[in-house]
Design a protein around this ligand. Structure first.
Ligand code: FAD
Length: 384
């Protein structure tokens, strides 16, 4: 029996999260014949399970734990995140959909004077890299955010930060990609990826596809795909959890972080409070899937309440988990893979919701063989 020849495209995008959908959108708009394959439904993994924070500052915990040397190497990410947040604003207009992008600013809150020197050093580094963050004294902080606990001693304002809706984003972007001509194949897991002359053949659960170029945007599953071509990349998938309360009256206008422990706290457009900050979930011993860690949930909520006491009256509705994507140096991997012409990989660890508009632009440009305007050397897949 002869095998049917594979369907041919210019580019195959593997992964239907925000990274993949935005890449497919930009490729289709550029006139490329693009097919996107997603093993489940669009935006159901990290891109649909995250907390929707738009981050534009160096995260405080790694700054303190990993140190300033790490932060200096990570700092090229700041320009990318800044452009990505601008990209979120532009996307709402471009798609004609309210992606609930609100950027009233992020507040990193200290309640111990000993926390302030690290914040001051972090702000100085951010400013060196074009982020207009500022150190705030206690009175300035409380004037901006009177909902904070009286014990605060100061903090940081990062004015570009805020939130967008992960629930609205991926379906809206996927719809736009399909409208622009991208062929989106849901429930189409990639089973094999092979070289075929100077291109690739991808075997999926629903037939074979061929293209000159492949973009791997499979988040935490990137290594599983690239290993099919003998390429090992150190991307991991730590399970994490987020909490949401019932809707309450407008209370928290900013994206609030805490310098003394893990916290992100913000209020969605519908009024619910989203409480997270990188709290690990556990792995269920039977299913092997992420499951809520109750002790982590309790501690996360306790921190949130200590920083913003007024949220204590809001009832918790739900805690959910997702698999994040991580790299050893917390920098993204963006670029062509050395030695495999036409293979492009893209993942932005931990802050990939924020980064996705720029990730889509960059990966599409690389897949079209165009030189991106941004220096991608710090993000090269070959650095490991
Ligand atoms: C709980 C949680 C909270 C977070 N909070 C935030 C936040 O507030 N702000 C922020 O900026 N970031 C946040 N993140 C990180 C952010 O969600 C991710 O970095 C981002 O969504 C990654 O997008 P992606 O498209 O690259 O990957 P994903 O969304 O994971 O998409 C990859 C897709 O590839 C598919 N795939 C994998 N293998 C195959 C295969 N073999 N065949 C076909 N398809 C395949 C997967 O099914 C998946 O849909 C959070 C993450 C988690 C888990």
């Amino acid at each position: 029996m002869t095998r049917r020849p594979p369907e041919r495209f210019d580019v195959i995008v593997i992964g239907g999260g925000l990274t993949g959908c935005l890449t497919a959108l930009r490729l289709a708009q550029a006139g490329a014949a693009v097919v996107l394959v997603e093993q489940y439904d669009i935006g159901t993994q990290a891109s649909g399970r995250n907390a929707g924070s738009l981050h534009g500052q160096i995260q405080h915990e790694p700054f303190v734990v990993e140190g300033e040397g790490w932060a200096r190497e990570w700092a090229p990410c700041l320009g990318l995140l800044k452009d990505a947040i601008a990209g979120w604003h532009a996307l709402s207009d471009e798609l004609g959909v309210d992606l609930e992008v609100r950027t009233k600013g992020g507040l990193l809150v200290a309640d111990d004077p000993a926390q302030m020197p690290a914040i001051e050093r972090k702000v100085a580094l951010e400013r060196e890299h074009g982020i207009d963050s500022q150190v705030l004294g206690r009175d300035e902080l409380l004037a901006l955010a009177p909902y904070l606990d009286e014990r605060v001693v100061g903090g940081e304002l990062c004015p570009i930060e805020g939130k967008a809706s992960p629930i609205v984003a991926a379906p809206a972007i996927a719809g736009a990609a399909a409208g622009a001509g991208a062929d989106l194949r849901r429930h189409t897991p990639v089973r094999a990826l092979e070289r075929d002359g100077n291109g690739f053949v991808v075997t999926t659960g629903r037939g074979r596809l061929a293209a000159r170029r492949v973009v791997v945007a499979a988040g935490a599953d990137i290594p599983r795909i690239t290993r099919m071509l003998g390429v090992d990349l150190p991307v991991e998938g730590p399970p994490m959890q987020v909490n949401v309360t019932e809707p309450v009256e407008p209370l928290v206008g900013h994206l609030v972080y805490y310098a003394g422990g893990r916290l992100t706290l913000k209020q969605a457009a519908a009024g619910s409070l989203l409480i997270g900050g990188g709290w690990p979930a556990r792995t269920h011993p039977v299913t092997g899937r992420p499951a809520v860690d109750l002790e982590g949930m309790r501690r996360n909520l306790a921190i949130a309440r200590s920083v913003v006491p007024a949220i204590g009256g809001a009832r918790l509705l739900r805690t959910w988990c997702g698999v994040n994507n991580a790299t050893p140096d917390q920098r993204p991997i963006i670029g062509p893979v050395d030695g495999i012409d036409g293979l492009v990989v893209g993942t932005f660890p931990f802050l990939g919701f924020t980064a996705s508009p720029v990730m889509g632009d960059l990966l599409a440009a690389l897949a079209l063989g165009r030189a991106p305007e941004r220096d991608l050397a710090p993000f090269s897949p070959g650095r490991f």
